[in-house]
Design a protein around this ligand. Structure first.
Ligand SMILES: [Zn+2]
Length: 365
C-alpha cells in the first residue's frame, strides 16, 4: 500500500501537536509504566544489615529481614518484580553456594515468597557471585588461563536454577553467557516437574565497562582474566540477534539485552526481529552511577533525565526495564498520574526550572 500523500509546509506544521501539554499527551508514542519495572536487589548474610554501596547511592547490601521490608515497599509501589543477587558468606572454586539449599538467594526467595506472595521473583542464575575465582563458569586447565569450560559449567548452572526454582523463584534468569545453558536449564527444570518456571535469558549480554559499580555491589570481579571469552563483544549487533535466536530455540520465554543505554540499537534490532517475544533491558550500575554523579554535581535534573533515559529504552523496544531507579520512577509516575487527574500541569517542568544548573551557555546540548 502506498502511503497517503502528505501536506507540506506551510499547510503542514508539526508544531501544532506540541502546543500544549494536553495535546502532547494525546499523541505521545511511548508511555512509561510501573508495570514494566523490575527492581534489582543484593542480599547478604546476617540480620538487620543495610549497607549502602558506595558507587551506587541509594542501593544497599541487605540481609534477608531487611530485604523483606524492602520487598513490601516495592510491592506497595506497584512494581511487579524483584531481581535477586546474592553475596554468600564464603566462596569456593565451584560456587557451591549457588545451589546450596540454604544458599543466600534461596533463603531470600523463601522469605520474600512467604511475606509478599504477589511479587514476581526473578533469580539471577550465575556462578560468579559464588566462585572464588569470580568467573561465571568453571575455569579449564591451567595452561589456558581464563578459559571457561562451557559444558562442565552447565551442570553446575542447572543445579543453581533448580535450587532457585524450588526455593520459590518464578523466573530463572541465566546471566552467564555460556553456550547451551537455556536448553540445559529447561531440561533440568522440567525433569524436576518445574514446568511452570519461566526462563528469562540474558541473551545478549556484553562484556561492558559499565558493570564497574555492580562488581563492587556483587563482589564478583574475576580474580584472573576477564569475561570477554563468553560475554559479547561490544561492537557486535547482528550477533546479538543470533544469540537471541539460539536462546528462543532452546526454550527461553523472555530475553534480555544488557546493558541498555549504550545498546539501544541492539534492543531495537531484537524487538524488530522478534516482535512477539517479551524483551527486557538492564539499565546497569554504570548507567545509574553516571546519572547519580551528574545529579550530585548539579549538572542534571534527576527526575527528567532519568525518565527520559528510561523512556528511550522503552521507545527502542523493551517492555521491561531492570533499573536501580525503579522505586523512584514508580513514585514519580504515580505523582504525575495524580497531578494529571487533578488537571494540574505536570510538575516536572517546574521542578526543572527551579533546579536547572545555570551558566553553561550551551542550551539543548
Ligand atoms: Zn556471572
Amino acid at each position: 500500500m502506498q502511503p497517503a500523500a502528505r501536506a507540506q509546509f506551510p499547510q503542514a506544521r508539526p508544531r501544532r501537536l506540541r502546543r500544549t501539554e494536553a495535546l502532547r499527551r494525546m499523541v505521545r508514542e511511548t508511555r512509561l509504566s510501573v508495570d514494566g519495572l523490575i527492581y534489582p536487589v543484593f542480599v547478604v548474610p546476617g540480620a538487620d544489615v543495610q549497607v549502602e554501596i558506595q558507587s551506587m547511592p541509594g542501593v544497599y547490601h541487605q540481609s534477608v529481614d531487611r530485604l523483606v521490608e524492602d520487598a513490601r515497599e516495592v510491592a506497595d509501589l506497584g512494581i511487579p518484580a524483584l531481581l535477586l543477587f546474592g553475596l554468600p558468606p564464603s566462596k569456593d572454586w565451584e560456587g557451591t553456594g549457588a545451589w546450596a539449599h540454604d544458599g543466600i538467594v534461596q533463603q531470600a526467595l523463601r522469605a520474600v515468597r512467604r511475606a509478599v506472595p504477589s511479587l514476581v521473583l526473578i533469580a539471577d542464575t550465575c556462578l560468579c557471585e559464588y566462585t572464588s575465582h569470580g568467573h561465571c563458569g568453571i575455569p579449564g586447565p591451567d595452561d589456558r588461563p581464563g578459559f571457561i569450560d562451557n559444558d562442565r559449567s552447565l551442570e553446575l548452572l542447572t543445579r543453581a536454577a533448580v535450587a532457585q526454582a524450588e526455593a520459590g523463584a518464578d523466573i530463572i534468569a541465566p546471566s552467564d553467557m555460556l553456550d547451551g545453558r537455556v536448553q540445559a536449564i529447561r531440561s533440568a527444570l522440567d525433569a524436576r516437574g518445574l514446568v511452570d518456571t519461566v526462563i528469562l535469558s540474558y541473551a545478549a549480554k556484553y562484556a561492558s565497562a559499565f558493570y564497574g559499580p555492580f562488581r563492587e555491589a556483587a563482589e564478583s570481579a574475576p580474580q584472573f582474566g576477564d569475561r570477554r571469552g563468553y560475554q559479547m563483544d561490544p561492537p557486535n549487533g547482528r550477533e546479538a540477534v543470533r544469540e537471541v535466536g539460539y536462546d528462543l530455540a532452546e526454550g527461553a520465554d523472555m530475553v534480555m539485552v544488557k546493558p541498555a543505554l549504550p545498546y539501544l540499537d541492539v534492543i531495537h534490532a531484537v524487538k524488530t526481529t522478534y516482535p512477539d517475544v517479551p524483551l527486557a533491558a538492564y539499565n546497569v550500575s554504570g548507567e545509574y552511577a553516571m546519572l547519580k554523579a551528574a545529579v550530585a554535581a548539579g549538572w542534571l535534573e534527576e527526575r527528567r533525565s532519568v525518565l527520559e533515559a528510561l523512556t528511550s529504552i522503552a521507545r527502542a523496544g523493551a517492555e521491561m526495564t531492570i533499573t536501580y531507579y525503579a522505586k523512584d520512577v514508580a513514585r514519580w509516575l504515580t505523582s504525575e498520574a495524580a497531578a494529571e487527574a487533578e488537571g494540574q500541569v505536570v510538575p516536572a517542568s517546574s521542578v526543572a526550572r527551579a533546579s536547572q544548573p545555570v551558566g553553561t551557555g550551551v542550551p539543548n546540548t
